[in-house]
Design a protein around this ligand. Structure first.
Ligand SMILES: [Zn+2]
Length: 273
């Protein structure tokens, strides 16, 4: 998956240090990233004049910062380029940096008193100098659900075209609502999107998914009672029970959805029935 960058080590402890020439400088536009014209990242050494760089995180010995890049020397690429960027740690760094860039941009002013926020010097947070309000990076929990039938099938979906441009098979998914456990999110999302009732909800893995500012929790569960689907057509345009060996175009292996579909197809799911 996109965060699996071993043997490289992602260090998200907030310990700003003096930038070195080989450290990376990231800069973004709304839905895009600025890269050098050779599609590599800018380094501190590429900057023409000194500027305040905002420390993001490190991967191995290399630190990543946000800064202002020379637009006339850069190529603007859609943020989706991070899905396929090589090496994988570069893609992971680029999408994680984008989530932080968006968070910083959305919190330039205090939501309580309207004063201009300042970057905290000790932790990854924005602090209001007037009223003391502190804002940390916003992470939204969500679930990805592999729904299994007693016959060993899994429910595969396709998102409504108005919701997502991706038309490969996916799984039921949705954000946690306020006041519910993540297991309740699973039951509620499955019911809302498909009308199915599920049991034996069991945790699989999680994944940071900065494309949507999400921390994804993957679950397997078993359908109980009727397997008849009542589709929420605002969310999905297709939901159908699939056998392991049915033909389908697979998602790439960077996503938890893609991995869960692959695990199902390889027979690696533990069944609760
Ligand atoms: Zn304030």
């Amino acid at each position: 998956m996109i965060q699996d960058i071993q043997p490289h080590i992602y260090d998200n402890a907030y310990h700003p240090r003096r930038p070195e020439g080989s450290d990376i400088v990231l800069d973004y536009r709304e839905q895009s990233v600025l890269l050098k014209t050779n599609r590599e990242y800018f380094t501190v050494a590429d900057l023409h004049e000194p500027q305040d760089l905002y420390y993001l995180f490190s991967i191995d010995e290399k630190a990543y910062y946000l800064g202002s890049l020379p637009v006339d020397e850069s190529a603007e690429e859609p943020i989706a380029i991070m899905r396929t960027m090589e090496p994988r740690e570069a893609g992971f760094a680029g999408i994680t940096g984008w989530q932080l860039w968006k968070w910083l941009r959305q919190h330039r002013y205090c939501g309580c008193c309207g004063a201009e926020m300042q970057q905290d010097s000790k932790e990854r947070a924005m602090r209001c100098p007037e009223c003391g309000e502190i804002v940390y990076p916003v992470i939204s929990p969500a679930v990805i659900v592999g729904i299994l039938s007693p016959e060993g099938k899994m429910l595969m979906t396709k998102y409504a075209k108005t919701r997502s441009p991706h038309q490969r098979y996916a799984l039921v998914a949705g954000y946690a609502e306020i006041g519910e456990t993540i297991e309740q999110t699973v039951s509620r999302e499955v019911m809302e999107e498909t009308g199915l009732k599920v049991t034996n909800i069991r945790y699989y893995k999680s994944q940071p998914w900065s494309f949507s500012g999400t921390l994804l929790f993957g679950f397997w569960c078993d359908v109980v009672g009727s397997e008849e689907i009542h589709l929420d057509e605002e969310e999905l345009w297709l939901a159908e029970w699939k056998n392991r060996d049915d033909e389908m175009d697979l998602q790439s292996d960077i996503s938890l959805t893609g991995e869960m579909i692959r695990v199902f197809r390889s027979g690696g799911v533990s069944y609760g029935h």
